[in-house]
Design a protein around this ligand. Structure first.
Ligand code: HPA
Ligand code: ZN
Length: 330
């Protein structure tokens, strides 16, 4: 038992589903609110944390977007990202692929360039100082319309050297992936890779749509896939990665408790899954906690843990040689 937990802690890992705005810890949130003179409706950290009692995705997103409002200057985005990369070092994440939500910043008057530069410079510094490698994925907010996504894609083009992929996040139900078919087509033409949140709360049809209309390389979450056996067969056959986020799913009540999570069943069926922390400052833990709590709740064997970690590299956007180098160390 302890041997498995030690293995989890020490093993190099890749993280593929992480919203950088979701790493904003209450302490930094308060610090930035003060620095930028922004009023927040909580008296102290304890009061803020007591609001982190979510009933579903929507109830979380309200708090999440409110929290992001303290991010104004390039230095704020740098500090946010720097805090996260230190967690990567602590948890032995050696490669990370992070999301950011530019529309949630640009739409309140924050300049796109300063957002991307703050994030990128912190990632570059981490690479130089301790070898962390990373990729940046720009997400479109699906509760907004496609024309807004097309506008933000235009702004991203001059940063094509810093952004490798586009994704789709925010409120899922009522916002099917096909709503974004044109913007994803344009992104692919411009050379971006694609991913999308699908089947977190929404139906398996949304996973089909993400695959067929958005041509995604990975599905973020995907835990609702078992409602459609034909879909499961396709995901297994094509080894399409599903970026599973166990603690997130409990906090947002997709499953009642970790013991009920279907990640072991996914593994048993041969689906290409790995574990991720999603919005760790809001969901109670970074990547090692996601692995350790899942291992305990579902009694995962050392072999199963190794498979999940190997999958994290296999499913990444690293080149084949780099993937093989990391996998040989697991
Ligand atoms: N789901 C959808 N959108 C999000 C999430 C999530 O878990 N976190 C931040 N934006
Ligand atoms: Zn997410």
């Amino acid at each position: 038992m302890n041997e498995i937990i030690e293995f989890i802690k020490k093993s190099p890992k890749a993280e593929l589903h992480l919203h950088i705005e979701g790493t904003l810890e209450p302490e930094l949130l308060f610090k930035l609110a003060k620095r930028n003179n922004i009023k927040i409706p909580y008296l102290n950290i304890a009061e803020l944390k007591s609001a982190y009692n979510f009933t579903d995705l929507e109830s979380f997103l309200n708090i999440f977007y409110q929290g992001s409002k303290v991010l104004i200057k390039e230095q704020d985005f740098f500090d946010l990202t720097w805090s996260y990369v230190l967690k990567c070092r602590e948890d032995n994440i050696v490669h990370t692929e992070i999301f950011f939500d530019p529309q949630s910043h640009v739409n309140r008057g924050v300049n796109f360039n300063l957002v991307i530069n703050g994030i990128y410079n912190a990632l570059e510094k981490a690479n130089k100082e301790f070898g962390l490698t990373s990729k940046i994925i720009m997400c479109f907010l699906r509760h907004l319309d496609e024309s807004s996504a097309l506008e933000i894609l235009d702004q991203a083009l001059i940063h094509k050297d810093k952004i490798v992929a586009v994704g789709l996040d925010s409120s899922e139900i009522g916002h099917p992936p096909r709503k974004f078919e044109r913007v994803f087509k344009k992104a692919i033409e411009k050379g971006f890779l694609t991913v999308a949140h699908a089947g977190e709360e929404g139906p398996p049809e949304y996973i089909w749509e993400a695959l067929n209309f958005l041509k995604v390389r990975r599905i973020d979450h995907g835990v609702q896939c078992f409602k459609d056996e034909q879909l499961v067969q396709k995901l297994i056959k094509e080894q399409i990665p599903l970026t599973v986020c166990p603690l997130s799913n409990i906090k947002l009540r997709v499953f009642n408790k970790l013991q009920d999570h279907n990640l072991k069943k996914m593994l048993d069926r041969g689906l290409m899954i790995m574990l991720n922390s999603d919005d760790p400052a809001y969901f109670g833990g970074y990547i090692n906690k996601n692995y350790i709590e899942s291992q305990k709740a579902l009694n995962l064997s050392l072999k199963e843990v190794k498979t999940i970690i190997i999958n994290s590299f296999k499913s990444s956007f690293l080149d084949q040689k780099k993937k093989e180098e990391w996998i040989s160390q697991i």
